[in-house]
Design a binder for this molecule. Structure first.
Ligand code: SF4
Ligand code: SF4
Length: 74
């Protein structure tokens, strides 16, 4: 079976900094950024996108629909 590589895209302007997505990533690559977005929230970001397995957990967890995951077979 082909392995799947995920490409996570976080919309930092939609993020409200709730941190829910950081708790569900099985490879622990979702963390809070040090910067602040235009609404005054600290947004979530990905530290090493090459480790993403496209499980979608972060995107399903996000109440603000700020995360999109693209999948590609490798
Ligand atoms: S899709 Fe899964 S592996 Fe990729 S960043 Fe989200 S929770 Fe982590
Ligand atoms: S779950 Fe959504 S709103 Fe909450 S920190 Fe993650 S990206 Fe931001």
């Amino acid at each position: 079976m082909a392995k799947v590589q995920g490409k996570p895209v976080f919309d930092e302007e939609r993020c409200k900094g709730c941190e829910l997505c950081t708790m569900v990533c099985p490879v622990n690559i979702v963390q809070m950024s040090k910067k602040i977005n235009s609404k005054g929230y600290q947004p979530a970001t990905v530290t090493d996108a090459s480790k993403c397995i496209a499980c979608m957990r972060c995107a399903q967890m996000c109440p603000d629909v700020a995360i999109e995951i693209y999948r590609e077979k490798i």
